[in-house]
Design a protein around this ligand. Structure first.
Ligand code: NAG
Ligand code: NAG
Ligand code: NAG
Ligand code: NAG
Ligand code: NAG
Ligand code: NAG
Length: 505
């Protein structure tokens, strides 16, 4: 509607009459004639109405023209202006209404364009959502092939969508079913991504495989380069002690993250050893609770492949072990029992406690644990000769004490006293009756710096560098058949190969 509307209301009334008397005498011989000199009467014209005899309205058909005035000009033309009363046609109100309608329609246009924009955005994001869903489904089906990067990309995209949905909600003021629905879907997707990510441990496996392949290539390359240098002496036979002790150690192989995840920084892992079946032991992984103290559950795997793939795991619960000084020997787990001076012998496959036995004089409950690691006052060890325990006593003033145990009865068979203060070493392991101790050089390197030979009572310094992937070592176990160390490093499971001194033939 345009403001010209009131024009339509203009009424022209031209009256030509010989008689001056008009009044109610319209019906008499009055002569009507329209002249050329019509004048347009607009609503504002009404103000110019000549005051004169107020013409009253006769007849019911004129009732609506409730107020008008008239005048006669000098040529005898009678002019009248009619004022349309408000009740009949509220011009001003229409005008006001028109203005309101205009502003409303402008606002509507604005809102509508916003809605159109939102609808476009929503359809774009709907497409993105379904794209993401497809990608996640692919990843779900194929758990090995996806990478960390996939997760990062998807997480960024999901974040973006969350932001958009927030904006949409503010923009829409109140709620819209489609936005709410999208929000639920996006939240669902966030959960799904998080859930998938916890399954992402296989990455470690994939990376490990790559590293292994690269290492092999490197080795081939080196071999071809230095083909005619004297070959390394062959390692001693598995389980044999025909060597002069540990002289070097390989770089670590990251086997995997422990099965409980990143936050389980404390624990131990290893492989069962028994002299009767040296190469047949189960693999075990025992993360402690996040308190770094309590051992409630562990997993065992028949093969290394099972461990790497997290398949065919058997999970056992015990109440409770304490600290990461855990070993497994002849299918029994040995561990310091919670809040006691005792060592417990636990059937590995049934998790039933076969025996607990006090370790005489041993300090416990964090009296003399290792540097960086609490609750490991009593640290068990296995080597070619059997079961050992390293601890400290008040009488030893915190220096390490080594005892050989009868693995059937947990009786102490023999004891040696070292001059090395236990809380200043980070961990220990036994090889062929020799205790080796490590200390921290920096966040990336440990040093095997000390040994005690129980067969000679000799002790001394070493400086064998030991690289690590994280800052702290929580436990070290030696496997006599593999001649490897099994190290728990801030939640990661590492393997190291030991290099022994050759005994000249
Ligand atoms: C006619 O209009 C005049 C002035 O515009 C007003 O004072 C008067 O009340 C009106 N009469 C009727 C009957 O509406
Ligand atoms: C998903 O989007 C990516 C790029 O954003 C594109 O490369 C890929 O083909 C899309 N996938 C599907 C299933 O639409
Ligand atoms: C969330 O995702 C799961 C699995 O894809 C699906 O079963 C469920 O219906 C979804 N929930 C909503 C509210 O979309
Ligand atoms: C120990 O082994 C590393 C490689 O793993 C080698 O670089 C280093 O020279 C060796 N050290 C000794 C003393 O043999
Ligand atoms: C553990 O328990 C099982 C079942 O009772 C038994 O067969 C096995 O011999 C036990 N292992 C050890 C090492 O005692
Ligand atoms: C360990 O104790 C058992 C049972 O008393 C005994 O038969 C065995 O000979 C002992 N082993 C050693 C090495 O002393």
């Amino acid at each position: 509607m345009k403001p010209g509307l009131p024009c339509l209301l203009a009424v022209l009334c031209l009256l030509h009459s010989d008689t001056a008397s008009v009044g109610g005498a319209i019906a008499t011989s009055t002569h009507f004639r329209t002249t050329a000199s019509t004048s347009l009467l607009t609503s504002d014209f009404s103000s110019t109405s000549a005051s004169g005899s107020g013409w009253s309205t006769p007849g019911s058909e004129s009732q609506s023209f409730s107020n008008f005035t008239g005048s006669k000009d000098d040529r005898g033309t009678c002019q009248c202006s009619v004022i349309l009363p408000d009740t009949t046609f509220p011009v001003e109100r229409v005008e006001r209404l028109e203005i309101i309608a205009q502003t409303i329609s402008q606002k509507f246009e604005k809102e509508f364009s916003k809605v159109k924009e939102y609808v476009q955005l929503i359809s774009v994001y709907e497409k993105k959502l379904s794209n993401l869903t497809v990608r996640i489904e692919i990843m779900e089906e194929d758990t090995i092939s996806y990478t960390e990067l996939d997760f990062e990309l998807i997480k960024v995209e999901v974040k973006e969508m969350e932001k958009l949905i927030e904006q949409l909600k503010v923009g829409f003021v109140g709620s819209s079913v489609i936005v709410d629905q999208l929000e639920v879907e996006i939240r669902n997707m966030t959960l799904m991504v998080e859930k998938l990510e916890t399954l992402d441990k296989n990455n470690v496996l994939a990376i490990r495989r790559q590293i292994l392949a690269l290492k092999n290539k490197l080795k081939e390359c080196e071999d071809s380069k230095v083909g005619n240098l004297p070959a390394l002496p062959p390692p001693p036979a598995p389980g044999s002690c025909a060597h002069g002790g540990v002289v070097n150690i390989s770089r670590p192989v990251i086997v995997q993250l422990n099965w409980k995840g990143f936050s389980y920084l404390y624990g131990a892992w290893g492989r069962d050893y028994s002299p009767q079946h040296p190469g047949k032991g189960l693999y075990w992984v025992a993360p402690l609770d996040t308190d770094g103290r309590t051992l409630r559950s562990y997993r065992i795997y028949n093969t290394l492949d099972d461990l790497l793939l997290f398949t065919n795991a058997q999970e056992n619960w015990i109440y409770y072990g304490q600290g990461g000084g855990i070993v497994v020997y002849k299918n029994n787990m040995y561990v310091n029992w919670y809040n006691t001076q005792n060592i417990a012998k636990v059937n590995l496959t049934t998790a039933s406690v076969a025996l607990t036995q006090t370790l005489p004089d041993a300090a416990y409950n964090n009296r003399f644990s290792y540097a960086n690691v609490d609750w490991q006052d009593i640290d068990l060890a296995v080597d070619e000769n059997g079961l050992w325990v390293t601890y400290a006593t008040e009488a030893s003033t915190g220096n390490m004490v080594i005892s050989k145990l009868n693995d059937t009865t947990l009786e102490v068979l023999n004891t040696w006293h070292t001059k090395q203060y236990k809380p200043s070493v980070t961990n220990t392991f036994m090889v062929c009756g020799v205790l080796y101790a490590t200390r921290t050089l920096n966040t990336r390197t440990e040093e095997i710096f000390y040994y005690y030979d129980t067969s000679t009572g000799k002790e001394g310094k070493l400086n064998i560098l030991m690289h690590k992937v994280k800052e702290k070592l929580q436990s070290i176990n030696y496997h006599p058949f593999e001649q490897k160390l099994f190290v728990y490093n801030d939640g990661y499971l590492l393997n190291y190969d030991l290099v022994f001194q050759q005994i000249p033939q």
